[in-house]
Write a new protein. Structure first.
Length: 186
């Protein structure tokens, strides 16, 4: 009986040693995939408001995680590479859009509280401070878009109280509740 327990203990230790000494590779963020992070360094995003004002935001910061290696048990580590961009206007504007992707999608406008929702979203997500409706193949202003996320602020703490994020196009439209302007990407 004692010999049997010793063999089981040694076998368990060997399995743990083997598991923690194994190397695993996590892939780099796929730069060719623009469904979630649609813009790259130097891209310009132009918006026009319902008052016919124009705003140009330039992507001045872009990050995409490179391939990485780790040791350990595979289930100890999540291989979801991170990527983000930050697009802003001139310094007098003090407005920017940041979209980030890893296990979740985070969108922020200026210094406001982030909108955060899972990137593998089902059709509807309602949380304490926001709601998100996902639709695949939605018509917006006469054009059909894939991967459409309509997000609304429920907390009443954000200046940008609703926006539409579309695969390959980023933030297609957003509403500024302070100015009551709706900005649409050209």
């Amino acid at each position: 009986m004692r010999k049997n327990n010793l063999i089981k203990t040694l076998l368990l230790l060997f399995i743990l040693f083997l598991g923690y000494s194994c190397k695993y590779k996590c892939p780099a963020y796929d730069l060719s995939d623009r469904t979630i992070i649609s813009f790259r360094q130097g891209d310009t995003i132009t918006y026009v408001s319902n008052a016919l004002d124009t705003m140009r935001l330039v992507v001045n910061e872009f990050y995409a995680e490179q391939e990485s290696m780790f040791k350990g048990l595979y289930m100890d580590y999540e291989c979801e590479p991170q990527a983000y961009y930050i697009a802003g206007g001139d310094s007098s504007m003090n407005f920017f859009i940041k979209e980030q992707h890893d296990w979740e999608i985070q969108v922020s406008f200026g210094q406001e509280v982030n909108y955060t929702f899972p990137w593998r979203a089902s059709s509807v997500i309602v949380e304490n401070d926001m709601s998100m409706f996902y639709e695949n193949g939605k018509e917006i202003r006469g054009r059909v878009y894939q991967y459409v996320m309509e997000v609304k602020d429920k907390s009443n703490r954000r200046r940008i109280d609703k926006f539409i994020k579309v695969g390959y196009y980023g933030i297609l439209e957003f509403h500024d509740k302070e100015t009551n302007l709706t900005w649409v990407q050209l």
